[in-house]
Design a binder for this molecule. Structure first.
Ligand code: AMP
Length: 471
C-alpha cells in the first residue's frame, strides 16, 4: 500500500507557447513522486515568473494561476520533503537574480555534502533563505568565476556529491543535468506543436510525456548536461565517468508502472519480481492478492508463475486526502480502513498470498494482515517483492532512521510474528538484480545491503539527520 509518498518529481519544457500548461500536465502525471508542495517557473525571455505552494498540483495550478506564468520555457517540481523542513519556503523551484542573470532550479535527489558546502558558502557571505539542500547549488553558481551560466553550473555540479537530477531555467534556455552515478532518473523527449518546430521536454518519468504527447528520446545520461537554447540543443559530459548507482527502488516502488525508467519498463521489472518471488517462495494457497497499488504488478507476476488466481480482494479508495475527520469514538485501524477495504466474498475460508512491495516499519503491514484475516481468510502468506529494507537512503528516498526499520533490527521470523502472518518471505538480492537485468552492477541497493556507493563527507551529520536526507 502506498502509505505516504516521498521524493520529488521534476519537469522542464523548452520552446512551447503553452510551456506552463505543459509543465502543469507533466507535474500532474508526476504527482505520485511528491504531494507536499508543487511549483512552476517560466521565462518570458526576460523575466522569470514563479508560482509555488503547498498542496497538490491540480489544486495549486488553476487557470488564473497558469495565466500568471507566461513564456515558452518552464520548469516544474513536485515535492515531498526529504531534506529541509516541511514549509512553503522550501517549495521549489528556487528562483534568484544573481551575477549570472535570472535563474531558477528544481531538484530531485539528495546532495550528501550539502551541509559542508553550505557551511563553507556561509563563511564566504552567502545568505540562505531555506533549509533545503538545493539552494546550495544556486549559491555555488553565483560564486563561480566562470562567465557563462553553463560554465558556472559545470563548476558547481563538480563540487556536489550524491544524487541529483536537476532542471535549470535561465532567461533564454533550459539546462538539465544528472549526477555522474545516475541515482535518480531524468528522461528526455520531444514534442511537435507546429510543423518542423520541436519543443523539448524533460521529466523524471516518461508517464509525463505520454500525457502531453511527447516522444521519449532516451535518458539524460549520468554525468551529462543538456542545454537547449536559441542555438539549438547540445549534450555534453561535464563529469568523468563513475560507476553507476541507479536507484533500484524506483523499479520496486517509486515510479509508475507505465513509465520507462533507466531505459526499462517498470511494469516488466515488477512482474519479474513477482515471478521470482513465486519461484523462490511458493506457498500452498488458493489466491494471490495484491496490496494496492504498490503490490499490483508483482502480484500479477506471482499469479502467472504459480498458476494461482489473481484476485483484487483489497479495494483501495483513491480519494483519501491529507486530513480526515475521525468520529469521536475512535475506530480501530481507522487510517488503514479509510484507504483499504477487504472483499469478504473473495477471502472467506481462503488461504491467501498477500503481495506488497516492502515492509518499512511493519505497522501498516500488520494492520493489513489483520484486516484480511478478519475478512475470513484462513491463512495469510505475506510475500515482499524486494529484500528486507535494512538501511536508510541518503539519496532522496524517505526511509526512516535505522532504529525504526523493522528489518534492521529483527529477523524475518520476528517480522513474520510482528505482522501476524502465517508465513513471510522476501525476494532475494540475486533475484532482484535479475529482475532489473542488472548484469553489470549498475544499480544502488544500499537500502537492502547497507553498502553506500558514495563516500559520505559527514556521515555523523547524515545519520543524525536520519531520514531528513533531498527532494
Ligand atoms: P509498513 O508495514 O508500516 O512498513 O508499511 C509498508 C507499506 O509502506 C507498504 O505497503 C509500502 O508500499 C509502503 N512503502 C514502502 N516503502 C515506502 C517508502 N519509502 N515510503 C513510504 N511508503 C513506503
Amino acid at each position: 500500500m502506498d502509505k505516504f509518498h516521498e521524493e520529488c518529481g521534476v519537469a522542464a519544457i523548452y520552446g512551447h507557447p503553452e510551456a506552463s500548461k505543459l509543465a502543469y500536465l507533466a507535474l500532474y502525471a508526476l504527482q505520485h513522486r511528491g504531494q507536499e508542495s508543487a511549483g512552476i517557473s517560466t521565462s518570458d525571455g526576460e523575466l522569470i515568473h514563479t508560482k509555488k505552494s503547498m498542496g497538490h498540483v491540480a489544486d495549486i495550478f488553476t487557470e488564473p494561476v497558469l495565466q500568471e506564468l507566461p513564456g515558452s520555457l518552464a520548469i516544474g517540481h513536485t515535492r515531498y520533503s526529504t531534506a529541509g523542513d516541511t514549509v512553503e519556503r522550501n517549495a521549489q523551484p528556487f528562483s534568484v537574480h544573481c551575477n549570472k542573470g535570472r535563474i531558477a532550479v528544481a531538484h530531485n535527489g539528495n546532495i550528501t555534502n550539502a551541509a559542508e558546502l553550505r557551511k563553507d558558502l556561509e563563511s564566504r557571505g552567502s545568505i540562505f533563505q531555506a533549509s533545503s539542500d538545493t539552494e546550495v547549488i544556486l549559491h555555488l553558481v553565483a560564486h563561480s568565476r566562470e562567465k557563462t551560466l553553463a560554465g558556472a553550473l559545470r563548476e558547481a555540479l563538480l563540487q556536489l556529491e550524491g544524487a541529483f537530477s536537476l532542471v535549470f531555467l535561465a532567461q533564454d534556455r533550459i539546462i538539465v543535468a544528472r549526477d555522474p552515478q545516475g541515482f535518480r532518473p531524468l528522461a528526455m523527449g520531444q514534442l511537435e506543436f507546429s510543423a518542423g518546430t520541436p519543443a523539448y521536454v524533460f521529466a523524471s518519468e516518461t508517464c509525463a510525456f505520454d500525457l502531453i504527447n511527447a516522444v521519449y528520446m532516451g535518458d539524460v545520461q549520468p554525468g551529462e548536461m543538456v542545454i537547449v537554447g536559441p542555438e539549438g540543443i547540445s549534450r555534453d559530459r561535464y563529469a568523468p565517468h563513475r560507476p553507476l548507482s541507479q536507484c533500484v527502488f524506483e523499479h520496486v516502488y517509486f515510479s509508475r508502472p507505465d513509465s520507462i525508467v533507466f531505459g526499462r519498463a517498470v511494469q516488466e521489472s515488477r512482474e519479474n519480481m513477482g515471478r521470482y518471488l513465486a519461484i523462490e517462495s511458493p506457498a500452498d494457497a488458493d489466491i494471490v492478492v495484491p496490496v494496492p497499488d504498490s503490490g499490483n504488478a508483482a502480484a500479477v507476476g506471482y499469479s502467472s508463475e504459480s498458476g494461482l488466481p489473481y484476485r483484487q480482494a483489497l479495494i483501495r479508495n483513491h480519494y483519501v486526502g491529507r486530513t480526515f475527520i475521525e468520529p469521536s469514538q475512535a475506530i480501530r485501524d481507522f487510517g488503514v480502513k479509510l484507504k483499504l477495504n477487504p472483499v469478504r466474498s473473495l477471502l472467506e475460508g481462503k488461504s491467501v498470498i498477500l503481495v506488497d512491495d516492502s515492509i518499512v516499519r511493519g505497522t501498516t503491514s500488520r494492520k493489513i494482515v489483520r484486516m484480511v484475516r478478519n475478512a475470513g481468510a484462513r491463512e495469510v502468506h505475506m510475500r515482499i517483492s524486494c529484500p528486507p529494507t535494512i538501511s536508510p537512503c541518503f539519496y532522496g528516498v524517505d526511509t526512516p532512521n535505522k532504529s525504526e526499520l523493522i528489518a534492521a533490527n529483527s529477523t524475518v521470523e520476528e517480522i513474520r510474528r510482528f505482522i501476524e502472518a502465517d508465513s513471510l518471505a522476501y525476494l532475494s538480492m540475486n533475484a532482484l538484480q535479475r529482475c532489473v537485468a542488472d548484469d553489470r552492477g549498475e544499480y544502488c541497493y544500499a537500502c537492502y545491503t547497507g553498502n553506500y556507493p558514495t563516500d559520505f563527507v559527514n556521515i555523523e551529520q547524515l545519520v543524525r539527520a536520519g531520514k531528513k536526507a533531498g527532494g
